[in-house]
Structures are given as structure tokens and as C-alpha cells.
Design a protein around this ligand. Structure first.
Ligand SMILES: *Cc1c(COP(=O)(O)O)cnc(C)c1O
Length: 396
């Protein structure tokens, strides 16, 4: 794989040079005040990115999966019931994790390519008169299918049912790339990692908590140690960590947030929309469809593209890697072999996206798909040419 070519996988994402330099640090004493000066801006920055005013942000040395585990083990007790829809590999994995942690998961099976079904979730909540359901899990951006769920509609369903369950949201592949409104949507725990929208290497679990979630910690009896929120909040308050912190990544996170806010968060979201829309127009020009069933579900961070039935999508990914040294992503689970994915989040520009579209096109033509060389590139060029202003904000 050429180190000059960007990756088009939905995480880990390309790391901007500036950020790579920011994490190249000598060893420091993590019990010194210099560490607190690094930690506190990172924690405050997370809250701004997820639009949480009153609550807490927490960082663990792990990945998004660790943040899933931390959220459920700190907020729930063994045997508690949680409600979740399964509509892709990531919602599936969170359900699996909850079951292995001893929770009872009520699953609403949903077609892959659709979002979290607010109506069906609402019906399950209304039927739960005894309030046995303690939490509703939502995967904001299902990375396997390129589907964005409407979190606000799930909040409405909870409110309409008058149900007190916590709302826990996986924003691993959306936060810092797509708009996320924790306060407005009434999200109790928002979950992410360092290697997607924050453009860093993998290594941080990131969780933001509402006041309601913080209150729920007090009654949770699930065993936990490494991922204990109480230990972490107590140590953070005095500027430290309960164990050795991943200092460079925390410094990197603070720097990443400075870069995102330098560009302007709303500009970052608009850039992701624009880049994604170019990929979608290219897909249409190829005569192919997205896995996401309708436009309001389209993800701005990853596109899962359905290939003709006689083609194994994995071959496109393997071929592009071997011949052109460019990484795309394979289909996972139910859509393995049926879709390939173009990740277009993080440090990404229109021009980088054009190289990915051009490469996907060459790989598909090489493999005999009935696609006209240049058709997708031209469709994206036309969109980028007319949607990019001269006073373009600087991409991260
Ligand atoms: C990447 C991803 C995860 C898992 O994160 P890891 O950092 O690989 O543990 C969870 N959920 C979604 C939606 C993801 O995209």
C-alpha cells in the first residue's frame, strides 16, 4: 500500500501531517500539572463537539468498543433490559456485547439499509408499562451500510411513550464529521473513538454523559474496574487519571478539536456533506445504488455501494489494494460480497475524494463491470466545481 495514497476506509481515517506532529511528544510525568493542562481542554472540547452543555466527558485508553462497554456497564445493572434495533454490523456488535455483559436485549430486527425504526421502538416503549427497559441503544451512523439514523425521532418516541429509559447513542463514525446534538436530542451517553472524525490513530474511547446518565451511575451494580466512570471522574477532577494515561493521544485530541474548530464545526459538517454528495453522484453515474434505502438515510461519512449480483464486491476492494495501492472497505455481515464501502470522513477534501472515485472506477472497469471510465469522476467533478465557493474554508 503506498503511503502517499489516502485511505478510503471508514476509520481509521487519514491523519493530517499537523496532527501527526502534534502527537510526537517526549515522555512527560502524567502526575504533573502539565498533564492537567492537556487533559482539561480535550474534555471541554469533546463537550463542544457533541453539543453538550451540562454533563461530563470521559476518555479511556481503548477504542469505540471499549466506550460501548463502559457506557452499558456504568449505567446498567446485570439483568437489566435494553432495547435496540439490529440493522448492520455495528448495531449487531453492540447488541452482542450487551448480551455477553449479562443484559437482556430486546432486539427489533430491521432491514440492513434502513435506520433505527423510531415507530417500532416507540411501540415497544409504549408496551413496556412497567418500565423494564432501562436503556435504548441507537447507532447514529451504521458504518456497515452507510445509514444515518434520526436520533431526534427516537427521542420523540421515548417522550411520546412517557418512558424514562436512557438514550445511549453510538456516534463512533459520525461525531466530529456529522452534526451531533446531545442536549437537543436528549442523548444520555454519546460514544466515539479517536480514529474516525477526530483523525487520530486508534486508542481512545470517548464518552459524553448527560446529568441523567451521571445520576444513573449511582445505582448501577455491574462489575467494572478499568472502565469505572466514578474513578475516572474523581481523578480527572484533580487533573489526573486512575492509571497511566495515553498522553500523546490526549494531546492529539485537544489539537484535533482545535483544528476542527479552526475550520468551524458547521463547515466541517458541510464539507462532509459535499464530499459525500460527490461520491453519491458518482455512484448514480455508474448505474449503481447505495445500500441506504432513501436520501434522508444517506451517511455523509461512508457510502456502501451495492454491486451487480454477479460480482463479489470483495474483489473490487482486493483489486484496488493490489493494483492501485488504495484502500476501500469490504461489506460486512449480511452485506458481505454485496457492497463495497468508500469511507470519506476525517481529513478529506474534494480533490482527495476525486482520486478515490477515479480509483474505484478503474478497479470496477478492470473487473469487467459495465461502467464507463470517467463517468463517476465527471459527475463528482461537476458537483464539486459548482458547489465549492472560492472562499472555501480550509479542510482539516
Ligand atoms: C468503528 C466503529 C465502532 C467500533 O470502534 P472500534 O474503535 O473499532 O472499537 C463502533 N461503532 C461504529 C458505528 C463504528 O463505526
Amino acid at each position: 500500500m503506498s503511503s502517499q495514497n489516502p485511505v478510503f476506509i471508514p476509520g481509521p481515517t487519514n491523519i493530517p501531517d499537523e496532527l501527526r506532529r502534534a502527537i510526537d511528544l517526549p515522555t512527560m510525568d502524567h502526575r504533573s500539572s502539565a498533564f492537567a493542562d492537556m487533559l482539561h481542554p480535550a474534555l471541554a472540547g469533546i463537550k463542544r463537539v457533541v453539543k453538550l452543555r451540562d454533563g461530563e466527558a470521559i476518555i479511556f485508553p481503548a477504542t469505540g468498543t471499549g466506550a460501548w462497554e463502559a457506557a452499558v456497564t456504568n449505567l446498567l445493572s446485570p439483568g437489566d433490559t435494553v432495547l435496540a434495533a439490529r440493522h448492520g454490523m455495528f448495531s449487531h456488535r453492540w447488541i452482542d456485547l450487551c448480551r455477553r455483559q449479562g443484559f437482556n436485549v430486546e432486539v427489533i430486527e430491521t432491514e440492513w439499509g434502513l435506520g433505527a425504526p423510531a415507530e417500532a421502538l416507540g411501540a415497544a416503549l409504549s408496551a413496556d408499562k412497567a418500565h423494564k427497559i432501562r436503556a435504548v441503544l441507537v447507532t447514529h451512523n451504521e458504518t456497515a451500510t452507510g445509514v444515518r439514523s434520526d436520533v431526534a425521532s427516537v427521542r420523540k418516541a421515548l417522550d411520546a411513550a412517557g418512558h424514562p429509559a436512557l438514550l445511549l447513542v453510538d456516534g463512533v463514525s459520525s461525531i466530529a464529521s456529522m452534526d451531533f446534538r446531545m442536549d437537543e436530542w436528549g442523548v444520555d451517553a454519546a460514544i466515539t473513538g479517536s480514529q474516525k472524525g477526530f483523525m487520530l490513530p486508534a486508542g481512545l474511547s470517548i464518552v459524553a454523559l448527560s446529568r441523567k446518565a451521571i445520576a444513573a451511575m449511582a445505582t448501577s451494580t455491574s462489575p467494572r474496574c478499568f472502565f469505572d466512570f466514578k474513578d475516572m471522574l474523581k481523578s480527572n477532577a484533580s487533573g489526573g487519571f486512575p492509571y497511566t494515561p495515553p498522553v500523546s493521544l490526549i494531546a492529539g485530541l485537544a489539537h484535533s478539536i482545535r483544528m476542527l474548530e479552526g475550520e468551524g464545526l458547521e463547515n466541517v459538517f458541510a464539507r462532509h456533506y459535499r464530499i459525500a454528495e460527490g461520491v453519491r453522484r458518482a455512484t448514480r453515474a455508474w448505474g449503481l445504488a447505495l445500500c441506504a434505502k432513501s436520501p434522508e438515510l444517506y451517511s455523509d461519512t461512508v457510502s456502501a455501494i451495492v454491486v451487480p449480483a454477479n460480482v463479489d464486491s470483495t474483489r473490487i476492494v482486493t483489486h484496488a489494494a493490489e493494483k492501485y495501492q488504495v484502500a476501500f472497505s469490504v461489506g460486512l455481515g449480511e452485506v458481505a460480497g454485496k457492497v463495497f464501502r468508500i469511507g470519506h470522513l476525517g481529513s478529506m477534501s474534494d480533490v482527495m475524494a476525486l482520486s478515490g472515485i477515479a480509483t474505484a472506477e478503474m478497479a470496477m472497469v478492470d473487473l469487467g463491470l459495465p461502467i464507463e471510465l470517467g463517468s463517476g469522476v465527471a459527475a463528482a467533478q461537476e458537483f464539486y466545481r459548482t458547489s465549492t465557493s472560492n472562499r472555501q474554508t480550509r479542510a482539516a
